[in-house]
Design a protein around this ligand. Sequence first.
Ligand SMILES: *Cc1c(COP(=O)(O)O)cnc(C)c1O
Length: 220
Amino acid sequence: MTRACEASGRSPEDVTLLAVSKNHPAETVTEAVQLGVELFGENRIQEAKAKIPASPSSARWHFIGHLQSNKAREAVAWFEMIEGLDSLALAQELQKQADKASKRIRVLAEVNVAGESSKFGWNPERLLTELAPLNALGRIELCGLMTVAPYSTDPERVRPVFRRLRELRDRCADILGAPLPVLSMGMSGDLEIAIEEGATLVRVGTALFGPRPRPVREDV
Ligand SMILES: *Cc1c(COP(=O)(O)O)cnc(C)c1O
């Protein structure tokens, strides 16, 4: 990461590493914390609510998956940020649950930049039209945008996706008249390019922890 920052003339302090601990046990989180990692990502509530209490209390957690509305209450309870906010309906449910808990919840709007049918996330045009109602939800703090780029064996092919996310972020910030500082993009296979294109948060699993053990998926 430091190398990628140097190569693109960015300061390593401007890019946060989020360690994707999904499918890995709490022991792995503990070891990573000892090595200085502070921020972790999980994509399943069921798995997270067992792992988080078993992990060092200094670890901070982002939810990085698709969140079902019926899990919104738990997501608000366990996570400091929801990165996979992908609809206004989900935002309204988070608003309701955060209100009950007398909290504010930080979110990133997930954008399906490449329009892949297999992926969740806002269509870019639709996000622009739904920004105002989203921003009107007082318990929701929109901090920026997130995307999962299409898989490609040639990371250069995903560069335009990252660039479009950054441009969309700039347009959203203009519309809202507020900075949207967080751009969560880049994973193990394409983090260098994401950093060159302005990522402020990279979500890295395999490159840190090696291949993931088989998923525990009783809550699908
Ligand atoms: C699993 C996952 C990652 C990490 O992927 P790696 O290729 O293992 O780095 C990043 N982001 C999201 C949303 C994920 O689900």
